[in-house]
Design a protein around this ligand. Structure first.
Ligand code: ZN
Ligand code: ZN
Length: 387
């Protein structure tokens, strides 16, 4: 990404003078005075190019962001202070509960606990959220059905999938945020779309209203063929690219449906779903942590390969890291005040608990979990200077 690379060049290249380095460090990650040796070294990794031998963070490889979208720690802090000038916002940001609201219907199998873990998928996501956003409590609330939410729906012309208009779902979530809640996060199996021109969206959040929604039905290979995983969130005019040769033009566009429409035919994909595999759990953890970070005012990241990189396809979302780069971690740590070492340790044992999980009778795909655990251990050793 041009702008952040330029920033790094200034820091790292021909200007080794302390003044330049200090100024850039302050802009990027703020003052680090209150941090001890290991933590300070971790945050200072933000100043090293990702390909340096010291770096524990990969290079940023997604599409470049507009310069205005790039947010240093200091910019994040100013934006947060500005938002908090509003009394309502200030009160909300002091609350410490993340509510998680399942928006049904869901395949029956999702409502059953995993036998090895004695918890349902929703409880598992809530556990993860409580650890990733340490300092917050994640509370699962009783599910509602999307038919009870006043939201516009359509049938996607190419995929035939039922989709909900994401802004309507967000509006509903905003109105049901409990008075002690920092935010409410809706989880749905039904696909989402952001506006008429767009193909789909995996999730969306509103920082000002303290709500986010994500769909994991779109992740479901049984209802959406594997070769669609690379599909990107394109405008309608580009949809022909996705239709595998089927004609798609404005006349054959999406069908808008009334809320009393018989939706069962469009939800028939659910029937064959017997369990949730690890790959899907990984995607859920990725999207949930990304969307909730937005609720802390964090923008997309273009500094490193990072949990806050923008993703436009399911594959991109899946392959981006589960963890935050030093710049983004600095923001979240400031917002929540957690102990980074404790949080890494807790994330590590959370991910370890997956290793014993039966993977739907399939060959186990532990790769992402294993490398995440390895990375966390390396980070812990780095902070404790044993590396
Ligand atoms: Zn995002
Ligand atoms: Zn980042």
């Amino acid at each position: 990404m041009a702008v952040c690379k330029d920033e790094r060049k200034v820091v790292m290249s021909s200007s080794p003078s302390k003044t330049v380095q200090t100024v850039n460090q302050r802009a990027l990650i703020g003052k680090l005075k209150r941090f001890g040796g290991g933590m300070r070294r971790l945050f200072e990794l933000a100043l090293l190019p990702p390909d340096s031998s010291q770096s524990l963070f990969g290079a940023f490889t997604s599409e470049p962001l507009d310069r205005r979208e790039i947010q240093t720690y200091c910019e994040w802090k100013v934006q947060t202070c500005f938002r908090n000038l509003n009394r309502g916002q200030r009160k909300r940001t002091k609350r410490r509960i993340i509510y998680i609201l399942p928006i049904g219907p869901f395949p029956e199998a999702l409502l059953e606990p995993f036998p090895e873990m004695d918890m349902t998928l929703f409880e598992l996501i809530a556990n993860f959220v409580g650890i990733f956003f340490q300092g917050m409590k994640a509370k699962l609330v009783d599910k509602v059905n999307f038919i009870d939410i006043n939201c516009r729906q359509r049938i996607h012309a190419v995929t035939g999938k039922l989709q909900l208009l994401v802004s309507d779902v967000l509006y509903y979530l905003k109105t049901c945020l409990p008075s002690d809640g920092f935010c409410v996060v809706g989880l749905t199996w039904v696909d989402l779309y952001p506006s008429e021109e767009w193909n789909f969206v995996l999730g969306e959040s509103s920082c000002l209203d303290g709500c986010a929604v994500m769909s994991f039905g779109h992740f479901e290979p049984q209802s959406y063929s594997i070769n669609k995983l690379n599909e990107v969130q394109l405008y309608r005019k580009d949809l022909t690219l996705l239709s595998d040769g089927t004609d798609f033009d404005d006349q054959s566009g999406s069908v808008y449906i009334e809320s009393d429409h018989n939706i069962s035919a469009n939800l028939r994909d659910f029937a064959g779903i017997k369990c949730v595999d690890k790959q899907k759990i990984w995607r859920l953890l990725r999207v949930a942590s990304h969307e909730i970070c937005h609720l802390f005012g964090m923008s997309h990241c273009a500094y490193f390969a990072c949990a806050m990189n923008e993703s436009k396809s399911i594959l991109q979302a899946e392959n981006q890291p589960l963890f935050l780069c030093p710049v983004c971690l600095r923001k979240l740590q400031k917002a929540l005040g957690f102990d980074v070492v404790e949080r890494y340790k807790d994330l590590c044992s959370f991910l370890n608990s997956f290793i014993s999980l039966n993977d739907c009778g399939k060959e186990t795909l532990d790769g992402k979990f294993m490398s995440a655990i390895y990375w966390l251990n390396t980070m812990l050793m780095f902070i404790e200077d044993k590396r």
